[in-house]
Every structure is written in structure tokens, then in C-alpha cells.
Write a protein that binds this ligand. Structure first.
Ligand code: ATP
Length: 306
């Protein structure tokens, strides 16, 4: 699929989720969350910075939040494109989709899980991303602001960057949908249209999407930092008496475009052997990340490895 086709696919995926009727409260809440995110993109953001130019970039690290936002973003770009050609005297078929690839930035840090890197590479092809990867400098650890600074030097047309942060993330409670970067960061506008999303909304939409999900989540991780500070979430340990049960049977069974002969399991990417070696060190077993829906426990796996 080229970028136009992927965008149209994401538009149809989003509409299909919005059309679900009489299911769970989580689905109804997620539909509201999607409507608000769409409104931010189509009414507040795109009229100021066109997604069909190089003014907007997308920050992507293969995590669940930015993947959800990427699917919505692509669908909204398609809708924006449809709206922009609507008044033309020529039929839609005579208008070419103006973008071939989506400007995207990935800060590849020293201790990123290999599975995550593989996932970023495979989804970069799948979603036609023009992916800038920050240079890994083993001698000197590049901070996030430094890495973004390098990106902006190479992509000087960039005015705003889409970020998949949510209110429940650390230090995010007071963030705004559109805001400038802090003083100690390079200058750009942060576009944050996912702030209001809860963990349950993320899993509901992502599992319904039938898109591949980074394999690390299948191993009991719920939020992914670096190898050194992220473990499977202890609340998903299968030996716990109070372990959560699955809330998303409907989404998995009725996933978008699922065919009868498709594996009934969730579509997760393959775990890299380097990470398997790391994770198989212990005999503990964990439920997949999407069993956890309590936002306050999402980062319970972020601890220091001894
Ligand atoms: P998870 O919480 O499961 O790891 P996530 O990575 O999408 O999912 P966060 O870690 O909370 O979410 O990060 C918030 C957002 O910041 C991401 O959605 C992404 O837009 C941006 N971001 C974080 N780390 C990077 C990175 N290394 N490179 C580019 N963007 C990043």
C-alpha cells in the first residue's frame, strides 16, 4: 500500500470503530475519545499547519500510544485531503494524494529493546513513514532535546510535532493540546491530541484495529522504557490472586478486516532473540499487557534492574 492507500485504510478503520453499536462502556468512551482527537486534528491543528506539507512531523517510537495516534492521524489526513478536494471542479479520482511518505522522528536511545527497534522498522514500511532515526553515539549519550535539535536542523520546515502523550503519563497532568516546548528544548510546537485517552481506550482501539502490536507488550509489559528500567508489569504475574481479566474479547473477536481463517489470537510482532534471552532469565510468567486497564498501574514495571 502507498501512503494514500494506508491513510484511506486508517480512515475506514476509524469509521468502523465509530460505527460499533451497543457494546461495552469502554467502547462508547473510546468513541468519544476518538471524536475529540479528530476534532483537534481537523478543526484546530490542520487549518494552521497542513499535514500535506512538511510543517508537521510525527514522533514515533513504536509504543502503543503513538501507534494509536498514528492510525488516527493517518485517517484524519485522508479526511482532510477529501475535504480539500471536495469543492474542486474535478472528480476525486483526478486528484493525486500529495504525500508519498510521512515525516516521522524516532529517537533511538542506547538501551531500546531490540524488539521495539524491529517493530519501528517494520511499521515504518507498513505506514510509509519517512523515518528519521537519531544517531546513536555510544561515547556520548544524546539527550532528547539534543536529538530533536539535530532533527530540526535537518528538517528546518518543521513547525510542529505530534506526540502521543496522555494526561496519566508522568508530568503530563497540566499539558495542553497545543503548546510550545519548554525553554530548555529546541523551539517547536507540541501537538498532543491524545492527552484525554485512558489506558483502556488505547487497548480497545488498538486490539480492534487488528494492526500488529509490538511483541514486547505480549510479554507482560504495559509501558516501555529502556531495557535497564523496564520489566514486565508485576500486576500481570499469572500467580497473583488479583490478576486482571480480559476486557476486550469483543474487540479481538470482531477486529477490523479479520477473516475467518485468521488466527484468533492478537496480532503481535515477533520478539527479538536478544530480548527473549533477557526475559527468560526468570521463571515468572505474565499475562499480556492489554489485560491491564488501571492507569495508575501502567508504569508499575518501570523499576531498576539489579
Ligand atoms: P508506552 O507508554 O507503552 O511506552 P508510548 O511510547 O507511545 O507508549 P510514552 O512512552 O508515554 O508512550 O511516550 C509518549 C510519546 O512521546 C510517544 O507516544 C511518542 O510520540 C513520544 N516519544 C517517546 N519516546 C520517543 C522516542 N524515543 N522517539 C520519538 N518519540 C518518542
Amino acid at each position: 500500500m502507498d501512503l494514500g492507500q494506508v491513510s484511506e485504510y486508517c480512515y475506514n478503520l476509524t469509521n468502523s470503530y465509530l460505527e460499533i453499536k451497543n457494546q461495552t462502556q469502554v467502547i462508547a468512551d473510546t468513541q468519544d475519545a476518538i471524536r475529540l482527537t479528530k476534532r483537534y486534528f481537523l478543526q484546530d491543528i490542520f487549518p494552521r499547519w497542513s499535514p500535506l506539507s512538511c510543517e508537521i512531523s510525527f514522533s514515533y517510537n513504536g509504543g502503543k500510544d503513538c501507534q494509536v495516534l498514528l492510525l488516527l492521524y493517518l485517517g484524519c489526513i485522508w479526511e482532510f485531503f477529501l475535504n480539500s478536494v471536495q469543492d474542486s471542479q474535478y472528480d476525486r479520482q483526478y486528484h493525486q494524494y500529495p504525500l508519498r511518505s510521512l515525516p516521522t522522528v524516532f529517537i533511538d536511545q542506547e538501551e531500546t529493546f531490540a524488539t521495539m527497534e524491529d517493530f519501528v522498522a517494520s511499521t515504518s514500511e507498513r505506514y510509509c513513514l519517512s523515518l528519521y532515526e537519531s544517531v546513536r553515539d555510544e561515547g556520548k549519550k544524546l539527550s532528547m532535546p539534543e536529538a530533536f535539535d539535530q532533527y530540526l536542523k535537518l528538517h528546518s520546515d518543521t513547525k510542529a510535532i505530534v506526540i502521543g502523550i496522555r494526561y496519566t503519563d508522568p508530568y503530563a497532568a497540566d499539558l495542553k493540546t497545543i503548546q510550545p516546548t519548554d525553554d530548555d528544548w529546541p523551539d517547536f510546537l507540541r501537538l498532543q491530541p491524545l492527552l484525554h485517552w485512558k489506558l483502556s481506550n488505547i487497548w480497545s482501539f488498538l486490539l480492534f484495529s487488528n494492526e500488529p502490536i509490538c511483541g514486547i507488550y505480549g510479554m507482560g509489559f504495559t509501558s516501555i522504557g529502556s531495557i535497564k528500567n523496564t520489566l514486565p508489569n508485576p500486576h500481570l504475574n499469572v500467580d497473583r490472586k488479583d490478576k486482571p481479566s480480559l476486557l476486550f474479547q469483543w474487540e479481538i473477536a470482531h477486529a477490523f478486516g479479520k477473516t475467518d481463517d485468521q488466527d484468533p489470537e492478537v496480532n503481535v510482532s515477533q520478539v527479538n532473540h536478544k530480548d527473549l534471552a533477557l526475559l527468560n532469565n526468570s521463571n515468572e510468567k505474565y499475562l499480556p499487557g492489554w489485560y491491564l486497564t488501571d492507569d495508575s498501574l501502567e508504569r508499575a514495571g518501570r523499576v531498576k534492574r539489579c
